[in-house]
Design a protein around this ligand. Structure first.
Ligand code: SF4
Ligand code: SF4
Length: 164
């Protein structure tokens, strides 16, 4: 996995132009079965990929914390939401609550998430490859494939399944 993660940013760069073209064609005419195809490709990839050997998303980018996330996680720690914010979060340039530091404070040395059951929604949905209307998150996906080997593989599989 270490080699894969080291090579991933370059592989994302090398495929960037092709991927942009692919998404622009996809947006013009998304196939009817796109949602079910994404579900299938996502499930197949995550049968092969063990996130516990990776955790690159938790190590290199942090999630956004919604107000609901903050309330739920603060309650888990028996803290007031404001106290949780002051201890762990900061406001970023888009005015969103994000972690004060990465790797994520809640990531263990064994790559387990110590707040897994109450983790932010953005964490549970990452890398969003089973999302409906997948063509709408092309910019996010182009970024995510440089971080997430599973997302990279899913996009490659998608390109070979959909000859656009
Ligand atoms: S979601 Fe992607 S980046 Fe995160 S741990 Fe799993 S494979 Fe790695
Ligand atoms: S909260 Fe958990 S899943 Fe989310 S980034 Fe931190 S360690 Fe990873």
């Amino acid at each position: 996995m270490e080699d894969t993660l080291r090579q991933l940013p370059q592989k994302a760069k090398d495929t960037h132009n092709d991927n942009k073209k692919f998404f622009s064609k996809l947006k013009k005419k998304p196939p009817k079965h796109l949602d079910s195809l994404m579900q299938e490709l996502h499930e197949a990839e995550f049968e092969r990929t063990d996130c516990l050997t990776c955790a690159n998303c938790c190590k290199t980018t942090g999630p956004l914390f919604t107000n609901k996330d903050i309330e739920r996680i603060a309650k888990h720690f028996r803290m007031k939401p404001q106290q949780f914010i002051e201890t762990y979060l900061r406001v970023d340039e888009d005015n969103d609550y994000v972690l004060q530091e990465v790797p994520c404070t809640f990531l263990g040395a064994d790559n387990y998430c110590s707040i897994y059951d109450v983790r932010p929604k953005a964490c549970s949905e990452f890398p969003h490859t089973d999302r409906r209307k997948f063509q709408q998150i092309s910019n996010l996906t182009l970024k995510n494939i440089a971080i997430c080997p599973a997302a990279f593989n899913i996009l490659e599989a998608m390109k070979s399944r959909l000859k656009l």
